[in-house]
Design a protein around this ligand. Structure first.
Ligand SMILES: N[C@@H](CCC(=O)N[C@@H](CS)C(=O)NCC(=O)O)C(=O)O
Length: 221
């Protein structure tokens, strides 16, 4: 039994999608951040930064969403090429890219003042917008050119769910928000996400967190 320390529409959603897709027994424990639970020694022992999610596993607690996704895929043999699969090298490259480039840049779009203070926020934001356009374009072109099994419309994957939630967040606040990007502008990626969001696992998680039926492609639904 896995215990996922969660909050609706937080990064815990990505892990939840994977737990449900793999059919793994789990409990999503919703945290009330207002109570200060993220700062308690018990929570910090699981997630040293006091962020969401933390995942309790049979091998002990984990933090970092990407680590959880790889752990679940490897341990349960699904949603990613296995370590000895010929596609593993390419998959790992794009998975780490999603984590350290797309996810990190997304945080710069949402919180530009955190990078170098409020005086630099506008410049940070401008740079992050250019990088995000490049990164999503690279992902889109990779899918269009290679049609990999590990980021495909008809095959769920940890990378698909990861990218899906990142794009969901980028589109959440609409075109007037400086963080705005939408999947429809990246057609190959859009086709993958439009299919993934119709899967029972995606619909189940969307309903559980009250997020609407078009989880990835139209989060403002
Ligand atoms: N690198 C971490 C980042 C997790 C993260 O940024 N979580 C955010 C929500 S998505 C959070 O917990 N924020 C705490 C708060 O807003 O109180 C991961 O990938 O797990």
């Amino acid at each position: 039994m896995y215990i996922l320390h969660s909050s609706p529409d937080f990064a815990s959603l990505i892990v939840r999608l994977v737990l449900v897709e793999l059919g793994l027994p789990h409990e999503c424990r919703m945290l009330d951040r207002e109570t200060g639970v993220l700062d308690t020694p018990a929570y910090r022992a699981m997630q040293p930064m006091g962020l969401i999610p933390a995942l309790e596993t049979p091998q002990g607690p984990m933090f970092e969403t990407a680590a959880m996704l790889l752990y679940l895929a490897d341990r349960h043999g699904g949603l990613a090429p296995a370590p000895d699969h010929p596609d593993r090298a390419a998959f790992l490259s794009w998975f780490v890219f999603a984590n350290n480039s797309v996810h990190t840049t997304m945080l710069h779009l949402f919180y530009p003042e955190r990078v170098a203070g409020p005086d630099c926020a506008a410049a940070v934001l401008a740079g992050a917008r250019v990088r995000m356009q490049t990164y999503l374009g690279l992902l889109n072109d990779m899918v269009a050119d290679r049609a990999p099994d590990w980021l495909a419309a008809d095959k769920p994957s940890v990378l698909g769910y990861y990218i899906g939630v990142l794009i969901r967040w980028l589109a959440t606040y609409g075109p007037d928000h400086p963080s705005y990007f939408r999947s429809a502008d990246f057609p190959a990626l859009h086709a993958v996400l439009a299919s993934l969001e119709t899967r029972p696992a995606a619909l189940e998680c969307a309903q559980a967190e009250a997020l609407g039926p078009t989880l990835f492609t139209n989060p403002a639904y």
